[in-house]
Design a protein around this ligand. Structure first.
Ligand code: PLP
Length: 466
């Protein structure tokens, strides 16, 4: 591998042209996509790219689904827009009901309101969903007269979004730097649950979980538990550190601690939710099912056909607001947009009808086994981890010490580029997070990816690596 990643691609927007769109990079150009179909993107120069990461774990049923397109068009013909201050639509109401019904309850019944989540609030992005969640959590305590609750706790190496509030609870340093002085001051971070890097050599999984819970309690007490609004955490950490699952006992310990101190538990499932890990909500698999007070979802909700995300809250919050001002004073012009809700409902109905969450679990197990077999013993692959169709390979310079490559090497970024040049897109690693970890690639293909396409992903990655 080279010292710095290079690109051999020729499908970028013409370099001679001044772009009107403000791209993330003002120097390099993104690839121009002509169209997409199934699991493939087709670039303007004709090259097919097998999208092994569904964009950013978004394209859960692939592209170009005729049923989704038809029902979305029908909704646009019926009602293109309403203002939610005074109106609602069946598209939004039906989607809310559908999502709240998703999943298997802790006692095994596939029942309505299985997880105690009783209301959904639809917005356009995961960041907005987390922003809404941070605000409703604060309002919950405001209505209860607990005005001293002003503090949010999140975890290191976490990403919860790009708006000021959601970025304030994210510890992705690279993104924070220019804004550091204007982010929310009343936020603190605890250690993530990340066995590969932080579990001690002779520490059992449960002991590691207990250590983390102890650390969390110490932190709560340092801040003053009566001042804390919520603990925000991804059940399976996505982009920042690459499909990191928690040790057994961690989430039940977190729930107990939050209950002990009256702190709200907010699961950010924007990336890992909506079936991605093999259950509708990732939290269903934690310690027999640990229930949060707030869940945020996004990405797979609309499957990329529309921009849509949501905040789901339980009755504890709904009833408190109802007995208080009865208003959630947080609205967006385009919230619960009928076109978006209708498209997302079509996507979700397909997922349910075709049993794609179970397929994600079954195929995911096989996919993970194959990744482990093919790459587990490779010299620079430190860890192969994941759940469902949500897998990461983490690259290290030395497997024994787990020391990462220097940022200038960008091993994961180079694998990403090499695989792309061979026709497969993997999620580009974020780079080193908190100066410690993050040199990985992430795989999150559509739930209905074919077996042949899985073979192509594995064999292409193999060629890219070697
Ligand atoms: N939360 C998590 C866990 C995410 O992975 C992301 C996006 O990657 C977000 C929040 C922000 O979502 P969005 O980019 O839709 O604003």
């Amino acid at each position: 591998l080279k010292q710095t990643a290079t690109t051999t691609s020729s499908s970028s927007v013409d370099d001679g042209e001044t772009p009107a769109l403000l791209h993330r990079s003002l120097v390099t150009r993104p690839h121009l996509v002509d169209h997409a179909d199934g699991s493939y993107l087709y670039l303007a120069d004709g090259r097919p790219i097998l999208d092994a990461c569904g964009g950013a774990a978004v394209a859960v049923i692939g592209h170009g689904n005729a049923e989704v397109i038809a029902s979305t068009a029908a909704q646009m013909q019926r009602t293109s827009y309403i203002h939610t201050g005074a109106y609602t639509t069946t598209a939004a109401e039906d989607l809310a009901k559908f999502i709240l019904e998703c999943g298997t309850s802790v006692d095994g019944n596939d029942s309505y309101l299985a997880h105690g989540l009783t209301r959904a609030f639809f917005v356009g992005s995961g960041s907005e969903a987390n922003e809404s969640a941070m605000k409703i959590a604060r309002q919950y305590f405001f209505e209860r007269g607990e005005l001293q609750r002003q503090h949010y706790i999140s975890r290191r190496q976490a990403y919860h979004g790009n708006t000021f509030g959601s970025m304030s609870v994210s510890s992705v340093l690279g993104r924070r730097v220019p804004y550091e002085d204007v982010l929310l001051p009343n936020v603190s971070f605890v250690n993530p649950a990340f066995e590969y890097h932080y579990r001690h050599n002779n520490e059992a999984e449960e002991e590691y979980a207990e250590r983390l819970i102890h650390e969390l309690e110490v932190h709560f007490l340092e801040i003053g538990p009566e001042k804390i609004i919520s603990f925000i955490v991804e059940p399976v950490v996505g982009a920042t550190s690459g499909c990191v699952t928690a040790p057994k006992g961690y989430f039940s310990g977190v729930r107990s601690l939050c209950d002990k101190y009256g702190i709200l538990l907010h699961f950010d499932e924007v990336m890992c939710g909506m079936g991605r890990t093999g259950s509708y909500f990732a939290f269903e698999q934690e310690d027999g099912g640990v229930l949060p007070d707030i869940v945020t979802i996004g990405k797979g909700l609309g499957g990329g056909y529309v921009p849509l995300a949501a905040m789901l809250v339980n009755d504890r919050i709904v009833n408190t607001l109802r007995q208080g001002t009865s208003v959630f004073n947080h609205g967006h012009t385009f919230q619960a947009h009928p076109t978006a809700c209708s498209a997302a409902l079509a996507v979700q109905k397909i997922i349910r009808r075709e049993g794609l969450v179970s397929r994600c679990a079954d195929l995911g197990t096989k996919f993970g086994q194959r990744l482990r077999t093919e790459f587990g013993s490779c010299k620079y692959v430190g860890d192969v981890r994941g759940r469902g169709l949500f897998w990461a390979l983490e690259f290290v310079k030395d497997k024994k010490t787990k020391i990462p490559f220097e940022a200038s090497v960008g091993f994961g970024a180079q694998i990403h580029q090499l695989a792309f040049d061979l026709g497969v897109a993997v999620y580009p690693c974020v780079g080193t997070v908190d100066g410690v970890v993050g040199d990985h690639i992430l795989l999150a293909p559509p739930f209905n990816i074919s077996d042949d396409e899985v073979d192509i992903i594995i064999s292409t990655l193999w060629r890219a690596y070697h």
